[in-house]
Write a protein that binds this ligand. Structure first.
Ligand code: 5GP
Length: 131
């Protein structure tokens, strides 16, 4: 069965898309820990990120870098933090999180309270800066 992220790529489940190319897809996390929290995934289903071969992992990081540049340009922050866990969704993904302090990357129970309209607005801002 397709993962929830493959269903997002296929357009079966809505998302706030940021960018895509032939191999990768970026979209806002539905439960952000910080404003602009974005996920980068390979379109090909791989569960564990370190099972991705080196050349593809390099291309994934280069794609994530372009997304991070767009986040830096559109979300007030000091830099973009990067995290990989994958304990919830078995489809490799990189979390890209605009941060100004360490606690902005706290993945505990408290998530940002944000509306769909606000998510749409943030996604549009990031998309606008994606080169
Ligand atoms: P992890 O697997 O890295 O522990 O966490 C999975 C992440 O995916 C979580 O931050 C969660 O909020 C996000 N997520 C789970 N399901 C969906 C979904 O259907 N849409 C979006 N946009 N994000 C999701």
């Amino acid at each position: 069965m397709a993962t929830i992220f493959s269903r997002i790529v296929a357009g079966e489940i809505p998302c706030h898309k940021i960018a895509e190319n032939e191999e990768f897809f970026a979209f806002l996390d539905i439960n952000p820990v910080a404003l602009g929290h974005t996920l980068v995934i390979p379109k090909k289903e791989v569960d564990y990120i370190f099972d991705i071969d080196d050349p593809m992992l390099g291309r994934m990081m280069a794609f994530a870098k372009r997304v991070a540049r767009a986040q830096e340009a559109s979300i007030p922050c000091k830099r973009i933090g990067l995290a990989v866990m994958g304990l919830e969704v078995p489809h490799a993904h990189i979390h890209l999180i605009p941060i100004t302090k360490e606690s902005d990357m706290y993945f505990g129970t408290k998530k940002l309270e944000i509306t769909q309209a606000e998510l749409a607005e943030i996604a549009a801002k990031i998309r606008n800066e994606y080169k």
